[in-house]
Ligand binder design. Structure first.
Ligand code: BTN
Length: 257
């Protein structure tokens, strides 16, 4: 069944996030459509939502499996000041985790930096892109994909490492309520961000990665060590085998055997 936009609106309590929704039954990637919209002046808080993506993409140029009518694929256009850009990487996965918790009672964890997991399997990932000129952010694109009512066994290539809400609960849930909950949490966290570090602390407390022996890959670089902590910008602090500390801004973490 297609998304019921009136029902999304019924559950929406935001001031600007999600107040304008570009709804598509199929597209290549919501990131591409949102980028075109942002370039053409789409208002702050616009979202591009698609029922299906034919070229859904994840981090590191991976494909994001995007079957029709089952999940949530969206990209939010947001225009933050430069100083708040890094916080999007904290706020977005946290908003997903809180929305899933509200709608289902499940308690997702976060794998640094922004994968949302249930029992170690990936439920959601977020792609964040930005366009900066000089010291001003023209726009940022925040693109979460959330596996909702997806029969994940039908995609054997990801069935061992990914999950969906349906798989976890054994029943379908309302995509409309989940989407509205995500948008409500995102805006509340975004607006509260300048007031303190509550979002950072909440994100940090859900990180599965801390205290573990990890490998972090980024492009052709590989770092190993203990994931000691994260800093306020969301960087990972790694204690390397020689005892030195390395601040890692981005990358993919795997646990060391
Ligand atoms: C990841 O690799 O973990 C990030 C996955 C992001 C997928 C979402 S689905 C909506 C948006 N459009 C895309 O093509 N990708 C993101």
């Amino acid at each position: 069944m297609w998304l019921n936009l009136a029902k999304v609106e019924e559950h929406l309590s935001t001031r600007f996030v999600g107040r304008r929704i570009v709804y598509l039954t199929s597209t290549t990637s919501t990131m591409d459509v949102a980028r075109q919209g942002a370039e053409a002046g789409a208002p702050d808080g616009t979202i591009v939502f698609a029922e299906e993506q034919t070229k859904g993409r994840g981090r590191f140029d991976r494909a994001w499996v995007s079957p029709s009518g089952k999940n949530l694929y969206l990209t939010l256009v947001i225009r933050p000041p430069l100083g708040r850009l890094r916080s999007l990487g904290i706020i977005a996965p946290l908003a997903v985790a809180l929305a899933v918790e509200d709608s289902t009672g499940l308690r997702p964890r976060i794998k640094w930096p922004n994968d949302v997991l249930i029992d170690g399997r990936k439920l959601s990932g977020v792609l964040i892109e930005s366009e900066i000129s000089g010291s001003a952010v023209q726009y940022a694109l925040v693109g979460p994909g959330i596996n909702v009512n997806f029969d994940i066994e039908q995609s054997p290539e990801i069935a061992a490492i990914a999950t969906s809400i349906k798989r976890e609960l054994g029943r379908e849930v309302s995509r409309e309520e989940l989407l509205a909950a995500f948008l409500n949490h995102f805006e509340a966290l975004y607006e509260d961000a300048p007031k303190g570090d509550a979002a950072f602390q909440e994100w940090r407390s859900r990180l599965d990665t801390l205290g573990r022996e990890v490998c972090v890959t980024f492009g052709d670089q590989l770092y190993e060590g203990t994931a000691e902590d994260v800093d306020r910008d969301g960087n990972l602090i790694l204690v390397q085998p020689d005892g030195s500390r390395r601040i890692v801004e981005a990358g993919e973490v795997t646990l060391r055997a």
